[in-house]
Design a protein around this ligand. Sequence first.
Ligand code: ADP
Ligand code: MG
Length: 349
Amino acid sequence: MVYGGPSAEHEISCVSARRIVRTALESGFVVKAIGLTHDKRWVDATRVLSDIDEVDALASPDDLLHHDKGVELGHLDEGLPPDAVVFPALHGPFGEDGVIQGHLEAINVPYVGAGVLSSAVCMDKGISKSVLHDNRLPVAAWRLVSRSAWSPEILEEALGALGLPVFVKPANLGSSIGVAKVSDAAALGDAVLTAFEFDDHVILEEFIRGRELELALMGNEDVRVTKAGEIIASREFYDYDDKYVLGAAETIAPTDLTDAQLAHARRVASDAYRALRVEGLARVDLFLAEDDEIVVNEVNTMPGFTPISMFPMLWEAEGLPFRAVVEELVTLARARHARRRLLRTHRAP
Ligand SMILES: Nc1ncnc2c1ncn2[C@@H]1O[C@H](COP(=O)(O)OP(=O)(O)O)[C@@H](O)[C@H]1O
Ligand SMILES: [Mg+2]
């Protein structure tokens, strides 16, 4: 288990980690918890785990160091036993975007979740939209602007094509950070400049009026998909405060849909999963727009695992308890690693 990390979702990761660790211990796994501090130092929290009561309070890796409960490691590799499977319960850049996955590939350790390419593509809202669009999957109309090539004329063209309100998002982030809903053309320039503080690439996106659905998927070659959950934002959109600070957004798992709506949502979600070459797991976020149109918003390759997170709740509703989810994810990680080891890397002699 690797948790914490340098992203804005560090605390969410700690809560997810606590639940995964407790469950994995109950399943009889030997568990090591390796935390990553905000400034990217590795901390072994296994000493804390030897006291089962402390698992419930598994703290932020920064706090473990601070309270002298964690052991600082020179590197992640030092903390891993030989037959380890790593569960990178990390969100956002570094943990969910292929960086940690690339490191685990390089040291030849199986890990839960999508590979390097898929993780990186899903993290980038601009590239993932292009891939989905190329695969004829429905996405909101969008424009990608890069810091090195944008101008008032480009914004004007985008406004003409997308209309108002328009969403402005840094391409490579999560948790709604830097995301703005702009209803006034005069405010667009400032929203774009703010988004450029977070990333070199920014997307402008057509506003979709509709319900927000989330589906949970697991699998490598064969994908299983749950029923749809629904998010009902308490604010103008599902922003950072709604997600984490106020806890005010309502989560329904599963939500009421007609059979046709659900079948459509499941088909689009699994097509998006495959198009983006996801393996292991993902939470696919969709809009159910007017006229029952489905639009893919984004694919999250490492969704939250907190007690109020949609991914575990949706599986629970399918009759799959959290323990079975964790066991399946480890099995999928080993299977992917074993399969990829059989791939030829040389041409015939
Ligand atoms: N095109 C859109 N139309 C309507 N609402 C949107 C649109 N894009 C984003 N939102 C709202 O903003 C929230 C955050 O945007 P999202 O793209 O999911 O970013 P993040 O990766 O930070 O979760 C969504 O959950 C939704 O409520
Ligand atoms: Mg989102």
